[in-house]
Design a protein around this ligand. Structure first.
Ligand code: E4P
Length: 219
């Protein structure tokens, strides 16, 4: 499973990228706004920091022509830009239009909450589709169940669009994503940090070091 980080914070991206486990970045307008930086500056820093790895950047327009125009502008920023497009009728038409004209824009259909939306995203040739697990849980439905249904449909029809499990809230979401074999999980910084930790690792290391010291072991 590929691991993306879901943030626009350059320090968080830099730290996790240096750990050697990062495959890409997803941002959205809310995450970029949180940085307090001018939009262009924040995006330029990120695409350079993780050069060669996909970085999702979202359009603001909501009509087809506006989304296509913004998508083309965004994808000119760097070769690793993936354009996030909302899963509306206009959004899917924009993705279809760009693919039909061979615009070479990589797309991530976002704000996906049902298997049928995911099916339509694949039909228009989206590069990625992002079902939002946590936000589905928030309305008292089961985000993991929706994800499983999407994976099953994609397998049955051998669809090429890659699935990004998004809106991840805790480590158990990540574990279950890996068990289901999802292509990618985009994970917030705090949850990535928690994935490294286990109390028995700390305890075991403490004991090993104590014993090594007592035995006078040096390397
Ligand atoms: C996905 O690409 C989105 O940026 C993100 O996962 C949304 O998560 P949230 O529901 O925690 O805001």
């Amino acid at each position: 499973m590929k691991i993306f980080i879901d943030t626009a914070d350059i320090e968080e991206i830099r730290e996790i990228n240096s750990l050697g486990i990062l495959d890409g970045v997803t941002t959205n307008p809310s995450l970029v706004a949180k940085t307090g930086k001018p939009w262009k500056e924040a995006i330029a820093e990120i695409v350079t920091e993780v050069s060669g790895k996909p970085v999702s950047v979202e359009v603001i327009a909501t009509d087809v022509a506006g989304m296509v125009k913004e998508a083309k502008e965004l994808s000119r920023i760097a070769e690793n830009v993936v354009v996030k497009i909302p899963c509306t009728e206009a959004g899917l038409e924009a993705v279809a239009r760009m693919n039909n004209e061979g615009a070479g824009v990589k797309t991530n259909v976002t704000l996906v909450f049902s298997p049928l939306q995911a099916l339509l995203a694949a039909k228009v040739g989206a590069t990625y589709v992002s079902p939002f697990l946590g936000r589905i849980d928030d309305i008292s439905y089961d985000g993991m169940l929706v994800l499983e249904e999407i994976i099953n449909i994609y397998e049955v029809y051998d669809l090429a669009t890659e699935i990004i499990a998004a809106s991840i809230r805790h480590v158990d979401h990540v574990r279950r994503c890996a068990e289901l074999g999802v292509d990618i999980a985009t994970v917030p910084y705090k949850v990535i940090k928690q994935m490294f930790r286990h109390p028995l690792t700390d305890l075991g290391l403490e004991r090993f070091l104590k014993d090594a010291q007592a035995a006078g072991i040096t390397i």
